[in-house]
Design a protein around this ligand. Structure first.
Ligand code: GLN
Length: 549
């Protein structure tokens, strides 16, 4: 039977519950346990697929094609375990399932209520994922005290009552703010823990977020007020990188505490992989490359979490520091492109909606003409082809049909027309999602980057490249270097440019801090060389050429 760790949060949101849960998953795995991570989100949307990235941040796509919370990305990156559709559910999913059962007459005349029907459903969703693993780390979205998360808290309280006490471990994460005079305040934590106890949940560990390590006397005080032994108060102070967190928690004995409570006699974790990352990070002599990310969600960096992490990983594994600056594509439309002038590399990521589209096209033109290493992802690839059609093939008015249904030169077509504009139009969950096979062209830039001719990458798009237009672009020098088995265009590149690649898939979802990702590492190597070339340290001919494939 699986053991359960529940991670809740209090005082304020965005404290890093996801990173804490991911770190715990990693530490326990490194002790040799089979661990699953999952997250319950308190909102009514069935998944975050239709939510505004400004509000929700990135949508993380799993291999099996679920649109999930960005914390699942942290779980995968920290633990190396692939998440699936069942590792994330929302209040919306729970109600959808209960209502479906009610309509099917499965409740045999009962009045369907939050307790027990909704809470039972929550427990059932958790147990499905728990099956077959030693420990499951369940993150409870939202903040204790919110009306929305009450059914989740009630469900996990019931679960702990139904099983053996040592199989359940409750971790609560709170904020310990610091006043301007440098004093740390523990009162909000005390209140938050009291709220949990009112619901009937007694903690086993308190993890406090603060700017500086919490001093001993403050820890003692919180332990006393929260009814905990002192070594169960862990200080998660601010660190330079999220990849420090597993070590910060381990150094204060959190994974030890869990194993003792759960009566697991495991060896200490082998932390060499984490130490290796920290060692790479602490190398201050790393070359700095400046990458400009051109998007429309640039004021909300959480919209690009996986992308940012993939770039960090690429820097770590190519021995450089990738300094990311964010250029608002709408600003580029009105300005001259000055934001791009210092770029060693330009990236146009995925996106939806027409705002800022022309700015992205300008950025692509800039990278193409000035031979700046360029990576376009998903929408970034579709716009790469729009730019080429307009400015190289002279097809005036060429566009993606997502933004212009009457364009004379449609560069894309909608994939599942009947879903989106059928009798009952659906938007949620109607895209081409998840892992798909891609066949790469021999000796292309992309095949050489992967060192392979066949790859699997994740997708999230509604439009695909229109074949007739693509043929015109190919004649004018655009190389199609990857396609799906059904013939959907997956990668394009320019052979007349040192590094210009655009792909329909999202390589950022599969990048690992421990090994990086071939596309990003190649891209960043090209950026390093471009930077050296600009500084007169390298000739173009000396630039990096990946192995033949
Ligand atoms: N909006 C485009 C499409 O649906 C691109 C999607 C994306 O970038 N994820 O095809």
């Amino acid at each position: 039977m699986a053991k359960y760790i529940f991670v809740t949060g209090g005082v304020v949101s965005s404290l890093g519950k996801g990173i804490t849960a991911a770190s715990l998953g990693s530490l326990l795995r490194l002790r040799g346990l089979s661990v699953a991570n999952m997250k319950m989100d308190p909102y009514i949307n069935v998944d975050p697929g239709t939510m505004d990235p400004f509000q929700h941040g990135e949508v993380f796509v799993t291999a099996d094609g679920a649109e999930t919370d960005l914390d699942l990305g942290h779980y995968e990156r920290f633990t190396g375990v692939k998440m699936s559709r069942s590792n994330n559910f929302t209040t919306g999913c729970i109600y959808e399932s209960v209502i479906r059962k009610e309509r099917a007459g499965q409740y045999l005349g009962q009045t369907v209520q939050v307790i027990p029907h909704i809470t039972d459903e929550i427990k059932a969703f958790i147990k499905v994922v728990a099956k077959g693993c030693d420990i499951i780390v369940v993150e409870v979205g939202g903040t204790v005290g919110d009306i929305e998360s009450l059914p989740f808290l009630e469900a996990i309280r019931q679960m702990s009552l139904e099983g053996r006490a040592h199989d359940f471990f409750f971790v609560h994460l709170t904020l310990v703010p610091m006043l301007s005079i440098g004093e740390m305040k523990t009162k909000p934590t005390q209140h938050s823990v009291r709220q949990l106890r009112e619901i009937g949940i007694q903690l086993h560990a308190l993890v406090t977020r603060s700017a500086k390590p919490v001093p001993e006397d403050q820890r003692k005080k919180m332990a006393l007020f929260c009814n905990l032994p002192q070594d169960s108060v862990i200080s998660a102070y601010d660190v330079d990188s999220i990849y420090h967190v597993p070590l910060v928690l381990h150094d204060q004995g959190l994974d030890d505490l869990i194993c003792r409570h759960m009566q697991l006699s495991m060896n200490p974790p082998d932390l060499s992989s984490w130490n290796n990352i920290l060692q790479r990070m602490s190398n201050n002599s790393r070359q700095v490359v400046s990458l400009v990310l051109v998007g429309k969600y640039v004021d909300c960096h959480e919209s690009y979490t996986s992308l940012r992490e993939a770039l960090v990983h690429a820097g770590l594994h190519t021995g450089c520091h990738v300094a990311i600056s964010y250029a608002d594509s709408e600003d580029l439309e009105s300005g001259s492109g000055d934001d791009l002038a210092l770029a060693d590399a330009i990236l146009v990521p995925g996106g939806f909606g027409s705002r800022g589209i022309e700015g992205k096209i300008l950025a692509i033109k800039y990278a193409r003409e000035r031979k700046i290493p360029f990576l376009g992802i998903c929408l970034g690839m579709q716009l790469t082809l729009v730019e080429y059609a307009r400015n190289v093939c002279n097809l005036k008015g060429a566009h993606s049909v997502e933004f212009s249904s009457s364009t004379p030169y449609p560069i894309t077509r909608i994939l599942n027309n009947e879903d989106v504009i059928g009798e009952e139009p659906k938007i949620g969950g109607t895209m081409r999602l998840g892992e798909q096979i891609i066949i790469l062209r021999q000796n292309s830039m992309i095949a050489r980057a992967y060192g392979s001719r066949e790859i699997l990458e994740r997708h999230r798009h509604r439009y695909v490249v229109e074949e007739t237009s693509l043929a015109v672009l190919e004649k004018a020098g655009m190389l199609v270097s990857g396609h799906s088995p059904e013939g959907i265009c997956e990668v394009v590149e320019l052979t007349t440019h040192p590094w210009f690649v655009a792909c329909q898939f999202h390589p950022e979802f599969t990048s690992s801090p421990f090994s990086g990702h071939p596309v990003f590492m190649n891209f960043i190597r090209a950026a390093q060389e471009f930077s050296s070339f600009k500084q007169g340290k390298l000739n173009r001919e000396e630039c990096y050429v990946p192995q033949d494939c």
